[in-house]
Design a protein around this ligand. Sequence first.
Ligand code: NAP
Length: 326
Amino acid sequence: MEKVLVTRRISENALELIRNEGYELSVYSESRDLTPMELIKMCEGHAALLSVGPNKIDEHFLNSCKHLKGIALMSVGYDKVDVNAAIKQGMPISNTPDVLSEATADVAFLLMLSVARKAFYMHKTIERGEWGFFEPMKNLGQELYGKTLGVLGLGRIGLELAKKAKAAYGMEIVYHNRSKNQNAERLLDATYVSFDELLRQSDVLSVHVNLTKETTGMFNLTTFEKMKPNAIFINTARGAIHHEEDLITALQNKIIWGAGLDVTNPEPMDRNSPLLNMENVCVLPHIGSATEETREKMAVMAAQNIIKALKGERMPQVINPEMYQA
Ligand code: NAP
């Protein structure tokens, strides 16, 4: 009987789908990440890998695991995958797009509003016994009504955030991608701008690009300095897209007004990071897709992809379709 390695405990329904097709499962359930060597070793005797968490699917891994029929990621981001090496190797790899877009956009929206009203910091003042005398000029946040939301990466998640921001606050939408998103322009009257213009115009700038060589470190002191002093920076994409020390400097020197992060650089973040004590900063521990409904859909989608790979059929959410072309 062929075996599938699953690198974290996931929804029982998804595991059942795989068992029902007649495959055996090994589910790694320790609360620590596998080292690259451990992952390679564990893949021995398995026909497919359902990869959950930050496993590196690089050239070395792919060369060592040529026997796998396919790899299904339980995430939409595939920055840990060397796609070119996978194509060279003829290894199909899938991800889980769309099913997590709304949940992740919810977290971006939550951070945007929480930063604007200093919500996390205000909560801490109660815990510290500092809810005292009412002062009308203290604890003031910003309103979002009619402001401009800039989206870097108006794809699936960026579009969901833009819809919410437009519906809730009538925000103007400007965006920057490598190519225009005509659908978003039609739906939301969104305006395509250059990256520099996005920095200049945004009251809230939310990052939704994939992490690639091009986008690594895209937000640094030079870019923060081009933003408005009242700007709120939101990153729910990947921590390495911003330079965290530069972000701290930009906030401490009031170059920008606030920041909301669901992703940090590194992860987990240092619990002594100055970001955690700043009034206009809200940080979450990478929970973008963490709802019962979404994690269930992601697990089922990954299971459906792995079953297809085991049967030698096309994975529906393949990220390297080139390898199916004759
Ligand atoms: P998507 O639909 O592919 O959207 C990405 C957008 O970024 C596209 O519009 C793309 O447009 C644009 N883009 C890519 N590279 C760019 C560049 N160099 N310059 C400018 N724009 C660029 O992806 P998605 O499903 O929305 O997911 C986006 C990312 O969110 C994922 O890669 C993942 O890292 C992150 N994510 C995080 C969480 C979380 O838990 N916090 C959950 C899910 C996803 P063009 O191709 O036209 O440039």
